[in-house]
Design a protein around this ligand. Structure first.
Ligand SMILES: Cc1cc2nc3c(=O)[nH]c(=O)nc-3n(C[C@H](O)[C@H](O)[C@H](O)COP(=O)(O)OP(=O)(O)OC[C@H]3O[C@@H](n4cnc5c(N)ncnc54)[C@H](O)[C@@H]3O)c2cc1C
Ligand SMILES: NC(=O)c1ccc[n+]([C@@H]2O[C@H](COP(=O)([O-])OP(=O)(O)OC[C@H]3O[C@@H](n4cnc5c(N)ncnc54)[C@H](O)[C@@H]3O)[C@@H](O)[C@H]2O)c1
Length: 457
């Protein structure tokens, strides 16, 4: 049996950076990845990067083509091909960065525990077993597929990953779900020229956002021709000669409805990917959602086995998987001060058009928690840069604590929001008074300078 200082199961964000770090420190490392199409993990292959590349392509397409399906479909086909080149490039470079290291071995096969220290890898020419002193699980997450009649039989039902492989632009895309993926794919396919209908089970659009923000997003989406149907529970799916029909019922009164489309995207969340790990052989425990239970320092209940990224539950972001790596590095080689508890506030960005980014508390959350707050709002048009970019949709919003002047939250729904939120994040993380951003010298014209006015509360 081959012996390693560390075995990493899953070539995700945390796993690949950890492999490089351990290798730099002279550890003998095995990294196990189930598929040769996934070197580098979800982000560069099926998630963040291909979607953001296509969202950019959709923005360009929407500038040039309107109501001209052949041209839009052609642009989409080319965009998918360019996306494939990009993911292939990133996959290769991710592979090479680790494969060129003499003390790192990449095994391409499904990894599973046979004991707390041994991992079986299913290779094409038979299984092998590896023994590791420390074992790191970084197997990510997988889509949750709801129980809808006919969903498994249909050839027109896609997940976010399989949808990205389709190079024929759907004329009508139906999206079932209520989270980030439905927003990004709706905005993207509408940009390419598809009609998009979103079916959501809940009765509130974007329930975690303040109503003014959610309404602003809804208005922009509606203007782009995206239809949002709330209270809609998908019941059955069946393929037709020229597409697919989805039957759904109105949650409030049970009324059935039918909708015809060319493709259905299922975006109903993702669950930790533990299916093949055989965790019981190692005695590693999971919670009620199937997430590997970890301490704040990311150790599982078995001290030499760690879990990082989506597989341990919680918010699913590449940058949190990266931060999990930092916590483990600190536990192994540092002063052991880092843990999950010290990383708030964590911003997020949803790459719709314009992007939506948020950090900290919303107005509703701050009021619910009994804070005395000042709220400031600014239409995107008030920032002159939005006019030079011809992207005047959206609004900016900030929440400031009345007692100590600290920034409690900020939501930006405007061009460049995904970049500017990081400035607010730095101000919050370093505990700045709101006047720090009110009086900061920003370049001009920029969207960041909008923070001067936004924080003039
Ligand atoms: C469509 C989409 C868009 C997204 N966009 C963003 C975004 O813009 N920004 C952002 O921050 N986050 C985004 N996310 C979330 C982000 O992709 C994930 O949070 C992140 O990739 C998780 O990384 P990870 O390190 O947990 O594992 P992953 O990167 O998922 O890697 C896990 C790896 O383990 C492998 N694996 C699984 N089981 C086994 C096994 N038994 N043996 C061997 N290998 C195994 C898998 O094949 C995979 O390569 C998006 C997600 C999706 C689906
Ligand atoms: N820009 C980004 O950072 C980005 C982009 C895309 C995805 N992601 C990550 O990927 C993860 C998965 O995204 P997602 O959108 O699939 O999940 P999500 O967890 O964000 O949202 C899933 C939604 O589907 C709804 N839902 C569940 N079952 C349903 C059903 N049967 N019918 C209708 N609606 C149903 C849920 O109420 C929820 O609103 C997210 O956790 C997110 O962190 C991040």
């Amino acid at each position: 049996m081959k012996q390693y200082d560390a075995i990493i199961i899953g070539f995700g964000k945390a796993g690949k950076v950890l492999a490089a770090e351990l290798s730099n420190r002279g550890w003998k490392v095995a990294i196990v990845e189930r598929s040769k199409t996934m070197y580098g993990g979800s982000c560069p292959n099926i998630a963040c990067i291909p979607t953001k590349a296509l969202i950019h392509e959709a923005d360009i397409s929407s500038l040039f083509f309107h109501e001209d399906y052949p041209k839009q479909a052609n642009m989409y086909k080319q965009a998918i091909s360019r996306k494939n080149k990009l993911t292939s490039f990133l996959r290769d470079s991710n592979y090479e960065k680790l494969s060129k290291r003499p003390n790192v071995t990449i095994y391409t096969g499904v990894g599973s525990f046979t004991s707390a220290n041994t991992i079986k890898v299913a290779l094409p020419d038979g299984d092998i077993e590896l023994q590791g002193k420390e074992i790191f699980i970084n197997t990510g997450s997988t889509p949750i597929i709801p129980a809808i009649d006919g969903i498994k039989q249909s050839q027109k039902v896609y997940t976010s990953a399989t949808m990205l492989e389709v190079d024929l632009l759907p004329k009508h895309l139906i999206i079932v779900g209520g989270g980030y993926i439905r927003l990004e794919f709706a905005s993207m396919y509408a940009g390419f020229g598809s009609k998009v209908t979103i079916l959501e089970g809940g009765n509130k659009f974007m329930p975690n956002e303040d109503r003014d923000i959610a309404n602003s997003v809804k208005d922009v989406m509606k203007r782009k021709g995206i239809e949002i149907r709330l209270n809609s529970r998908a019941q059955s799916i069946h393929d037709t000669n020229d597409g697919v029909t989805l039957t759904y019922s109105d949650v409030s009164d049970g009324t059935p409805y039918f909708i015809d489309g060319d493709a259905i995207l299922i975006a109903t969340g993702r669950k930790p990917m533990i299916k093949d790990l055989n965790l019981s052989a190692a005695g590693v425990t999971v919670d009620a959602h199937g997430a590997i239970t970890v301490s704040d320092q990311l150790r599982t209940n078995v001290p030499h086995i760690w879990a990082m990224g989506d597989v341990k539950g919680g918010a699913q972001f590449t940058y949190l998987s990266l931060d999990d790596f930092r916590i483990i590095r600190d536990q192994l080689f540092g002063d052991k001060k880092r843990d999950i508890g010290d990383r708030t506030p964590v911003p997020y960005a949803v790459f719709i058009d314009p992007p939506l980014a948020h950090i900290g508390l919303t107005e509703e959350e701050a009021l619910k928690r009994g804070y005395s707050i000042k709220v400031s709002r600014l239409p995107a048009t008030a920032v002159v840069r939005s006019r030079t970019l011809q992207q005047i949709d959206g609004m900016l919003k900030a929440i400031v604590n009345n007692h100590n002047g600290k920034i409690m939250g900020c939501t930006l729904f405007c061009v460049d929001a995904s970049e500017i939120i990081n400035i607010v994040a730095i101000a919050m993380k370093t505990g700045q008074h709101y006047t720090f951003l009110r009086d900061f010298i920003f370049t001009h014209p920029s969207m960041s300078e909008g923070l001067n006015e936004l924080f003039d509360v």
